[in-house]
Write a protein that binds this ligand. Structure first.
Ligand SMILES: Nc1ncnc2c1ncn2[C@@H]1O[C@H](COP(=O)(O)OP(=O)(O)OP(=O)(O)O)[C@@H](O)[C@H]1O
Ligand SMILES: [Mg+2]
Length: 511
């Protein structure tokens, strides 16, 4: 029998008291896509980091094409033909796209950098990904999805035998996902072994040939994708059967107007002079106790709207009232103080401080409220932090653990928990469930619904229609900067929302 391209045998990994992997067995074959499923904190990224030479196993062995190997560093992994696309992007924000793609393997001849060659390769790989990005652009100026594309592009410029993709699509649009899938199929044809991790379960099933499920650090199930379905994946991931909750209108009483956006017009990023608007003539009111979702395709203006509401971008025109008070000219910090809770799309950029502990990250935004007469009330702070860890169900061995020690999904829960601690009047969430597993998604929305019942107003942006339908009282559909419809979830179907989102003129009913 042909040997697997890569194999982990009885691999365990302990981080102090945390057993991230417990004697896990995993393998991926050449010319196949192997999907690795598991809840947040199941050990997926840890296993992949071991295969990519970023972490060392506590015990167990790795074989590459049947031969036992020791992988001490990413360079070792690379020389064995193993490349990883990281879940938490590993780019240098202040460097150009080209420099990021060639970082660590600059092309020099007689001591001179060969920029022309690097630029050419960069252009070629970006064209393959069907993206128009100038190789000279600094990565920090790109939206999160494009940063993810750069991370993917970097991996594609390396000739790999094993390509690990840890949540490669969490910030990509559906068109971008389609392009990536086309490339994956080409790589498969060439005999590359691809390992694919995603919480978009249906998407992962669509592209993969083989499925392996990790639960609590152990492999609990394995099968050919042709023999399984979504339910198989979910029940093995969670260790129980699970049904997505159908819409239940809780009949919450809606209170006063908390957020009023009137005729907002927001300029396209970075082209302030050309008068291109990312959002035009946008009006919306969110009441206390109400949950409103915004759905739209990439380029619809959702993120620009959220950034402007948060105070990171300006309103070129229009009004913004928070509980009746004009907040249009307030800074981000002052908006938070006035009662806005902001959960950004990019938790690496402005969500979390990587060098700090879970506890400090949680209390960061609400710090001021623990200060009395200039002194921090440590015990109130501690109680609040413990409460938040429990509320948003962060999987960690303690509040003093560094935030980097949390799995991707659990870091996202900390961003959410932190904003809830500030006791806001309205929560603004941009893709709140990015990287969050199928079980925890429901828990997080349950928590949001509980808070709405206590009078919190909630506005969230999502690219998953089922989230909009299942969890909001009203769905605002945006297309190319305009509102094209506002619906009650009970009055609209998935298909209708999808087709409206692609339209350009106002078609939908307003409720
Ligand atoms: N450097 C570290 N120090 C301590 N614990 C860690 C460290 N890295 C990971 N862990 C722990 O190991 C466990 C597995 O984490 P891992 O990142 O592998 O999960 P995951 O399956 O990738 O989850 P997600 O879907 O959220 O990305 C978690 O409990 C996590 O807190
Ligand atoms: Mg992970």
């Amino acid at each position: 029998m042909r040997s697997a391209a890569i194999e982990a045998i009885n691999v365990s990994k302990n981080y102090g008291v945390t057993q991230a992997l417990k004697s896990a067995n995993f393998k991926a074959e050449s010319g196949q896509v192997t999907a690795l499923f598991g809840e947040n904190g199941a050990g997926k990224s840890t296993l992949m980091k071991i295969l990519a030479g970023i972490e060392r196993p506590t015990s167990g062995e790795i074989k590459v094409f049947g031969e036992k190997v020791e992988i001490y560093s990413p360079i070792d992994a690379q020389s064995l033909g193993i490349t990883i696309i990281h879940q938490e992007l590993s780019l240098c924000p202040n460097l150009s796209v080209r420099d990021n793609i060639f970082m660590g393997r600059e092309n020099s001849k007689l001591g001179f950098m060969n920029y022309t060659h690097e630029e050419e390769v960069t252009r070629r790989v970006l064209a393959q990904l069907e993206e128009v990005i100038d190789p000279e652009t600094r990565v920090e100026n790109l939206r999160l999805g494009l940063q993810q594309i750069v991370e993917i592009a970097r991996a594609l410029t390396i000739n790999s035998k094993v390509l690990i993709m840890d949540e490669p699509t969490s910030a990509l649009s559906s068109t971008e996902v389609a392009v990536l899938f086309k490339i994956i199929l080409e790589l498969k044809e060439k005999g590359v072994a691809i390992i694919y991790i995603s919480h978009h379960l249906e998407e992962a099933l669509e592209i993969s040939d083989h499925a392996i499920v990790l639960r609590d650090g152990q492999v609990v199930a394995e099968a050919d994708v042709a023999d399984i379905d979504l339910e198989w994946v979910v029940s093995n991931m969670l260790g129980r059967t699970f049904k997505e909750q159908a819409h239940k209108n809780s009949g919450r009483t809606k209170g006063r107007n908390i957020l009023e956006i009137k005729n907002a017009r927001i300029l396209e990023r970075g082209i302030a002079t050309s008068k291109l608007y990312a959002v035009e003539d946008f009006s919306l009111t969110v009441k206390a106790g109400e949950i409103v979702s915004i759905y739209g395709l990439m380029g619809a203006g959702r993120t620009e709207l959220m950034e402007a509401l948060a105070g990171r971008d300006d309103f070129a025109h229009g009004e913004l009232l928070l509980d009746g008070i004009d907040v249009k000219h307030l800074s981000v910090q002052n908006r938070i103080k006035a009662g806005m809770g902001l959960v950004p799309e990019d938790r690496q950029r402005d969500g979390l401080i990587q060098q700090m502990s879970v506890g400090s990250n949680l209390s960061l935004a609400s710090y001021m409220s623990h200060i009395k007469c200039g002194l921090v009330n440590r015990s109130t702070e501690k109680t609040k932090i413990e409460e938040a860890i429990k509320n948003v169900r962060v999987k960690t061995s303690g509040r003093d653990m560094p935030i980097e020690s949390l799995s991707g999904g659990n870091q996202q829960k900390v961003v959410l928990g932190r904003m809830l601690l500030t006791d806001p009047k309205i929560l603004l969430l941009d893709e709140p469930t990015r990287g969050i597993d199928v079980g925890a998604k429901g828990e997080i929305f349950d928590l949001l619904r509980e808070r709405a019942e206590q009078g919190l107003a909630i506005l969230f942006v999502t690219s998953e229609i089922s989230e909009a339908i299942n969890w909001s009282d009203r769905i605002v559909v945006m297309s190319r900067g305009h509102v094209v419809g506002i619906y009650k979830p009970s009055d609209v179907t998935r298909e209708e929302i999808m087709s409206i989102a692609e339209s350009t003129k106002e078609e939908g009913a307003r409720v």
